[in-house]
Every structure is written in C-alpha cells, then in structure tokens.
Design a protein around this ligand. Sequence first.
Ligand code: MN
Length: 328
Amino acid sequence: MIPGEIGLMVYHWDADGVASAAMILRDRRVHRLAVPRIGHYTAQAIPVGEVDLSLPLLILDYGLGMRELEKLESRVRGGVVVVDHHLTDAESRGNVRVYNPSPGRAPSTTWVLRDLIQNPPLLPLLVGVAGDVGVELRDPVGREVEALLGEAGWSYGDVLELAERLNSCAPLLDYRCLLKAPRRLLEYGDDLDKALGDEDWMEAKERVEGEVEKLLAEAAAEERGGVLVYRLTSPLYLASRIGRRLAAANPGRIVVVVFDRMDGYTEIYVRRIGGGLSGPLNRLRELGLPVGGKDTVFASQIPSPEAEGILEMFLQVLVEFMGVEENG
Ligand SMILES: [Mn+2]
C-alpha cells in the first residue's frame, strides 16, 4: 500500500493532482513535494534533485508509462509507488508499485486513493473528481458523488468552481501556488466556503480567464478538409483550456489547436465533442509520434522547430480519417 514515509511526492499540476497530494499529506510523512515541469510527461520532467533516494518516491496522477517509470526506478533505491487513473501500460514490477485498478476508467486519482487510505477527506476527494470530469458527471460515479455532496451539504457547482480555481495555477506556470496548494486545501478541511474564499486561487482563475477571452477573441480558424486549425501563442500554458472552448463552440468538428509555448515547445492539441478520435490517435501512435490521450482528446508536445512537419502528419491522418468517416 502507500508507504508511511515518503521521500518525494510528485503530483500532476492540475486540481486532481493537488487534491491527491492533499489526501496523502493528511496522514503520511512526506519529506518533499514536487511538480513536474508543466506541459511535459517524462521521467526527466520530474525534479528528483537532492532528495533522499533511500525513501520511496510517490507519483500521483501523472500518467507515466512503464518505460519512463523504469528510468526512475533505477535511480530511487526506496522504490517507486504510483497512484493513477490514466490509460497507461504501467504495472507493478521490480521496484515499481502501481495502483491503477481500471486504467482510463476511474474518474480521478482521488477516487482511486479513496480505497487506499482510511476515511478519505471528502473535499479533496470531490475536488479531484470535479477537476477531471467537469460538468459531464455520469452514473455510476455521479450517483455516488451526489450522495456524498448531499451528506456534506455542498453543490457540485461550488466544488467545480474550486476545482477550476485550482486548475488555474498551472496555466500561469505558478509552481509556488502548486507547491503550497495541497497543504492549504487540507487545512481548509471540510470548509468549502473558506476554500472558496482563498484569494490567491480566486485571482489565479480570473487571470487565466482574462487571457483565455483575449485569445478566443483573436482566434481565427484555417480549414483543412473539414478540420479546423487554430494557431495561437501566449506566455501562459493554455492549450487545453482554449481547446475545450473551441471544441465546444464547434460541436462535431475536429478542432486542432497549435499552441506556441514560451519554453521552446509547441503543443498540438486535438479535440472533438462526441469523440471518435481513437482511430487517428492510434494511427499517429503507430507512426511513432509522441502523442497521448483518449477518444475525445489527444495532444503532443514537440520542440517548436519540428512542429510544422509533425502538424502536417497530424492533419494528413485527421483529414484522411474524416474522409473515411463520411464515406463509411
Ligand atoms: Mn487526474
């Protein structure tokens, strides 16, 4: 199970990651917290630094596959423990322990943690679910969540609001916010109103929304065989926020956001309301491209000088797929 003493706890930079870390902090001794380099999903993105590697490394909600975990395993004598709900090939082997009972199906990592710790704290548990699932909460999880909300006297909308605020630290590349958030969330206990009064989190969301509105107002699509392509650039890390909005504004269409980041990488983000992207996603994987995601959304981070060539491959696969869909 989860070790009682943890050398380094690494968590994903979103609300589910933060909330998962809060759940662990309640009754585990954690020497150090860290967030991977935002926007990157590799072993290398984890700042292992000067940690006491004789103690276990705990990785929460980060979606790493076996290959990346093995790179870490060789460096951490205390072992690597993973709790996740992403669709990955990670499994317990050697010095790696993986808790991910239904890869790609549990609503959040906090939901997986619920079965791994005693009396899980309710607010982080639900913040994790709201952060990852958003408004599209479905049964059977929906029914259970409704029951828990009823007991606490909370509305899902309020929990969602808190999750959206916690999801706003990462777009601002605000590592300080992310490193402080688990402890703070834990300190708010079951006082949702007090957590909603947190001014730093409130302000983070306002700043992100301001930038999102600005970018959306300027966004213009190029069309390529029925696929909508938007090119954007911002000092903030906003590809998924913008992609969600543009997909929602164009239901049924494949939306591609090409997002130039300030860290030398370009993110290609593909989303479609109603899904149906598994085909192109698998094809791009077969072509050996570094792409991850699911039926409704997938994305890839590419060094900017190589981005145009890879975008061209994405578009060819997507356009070809659209043609097949139309004729089939
Ligand atoms: Mn998650």
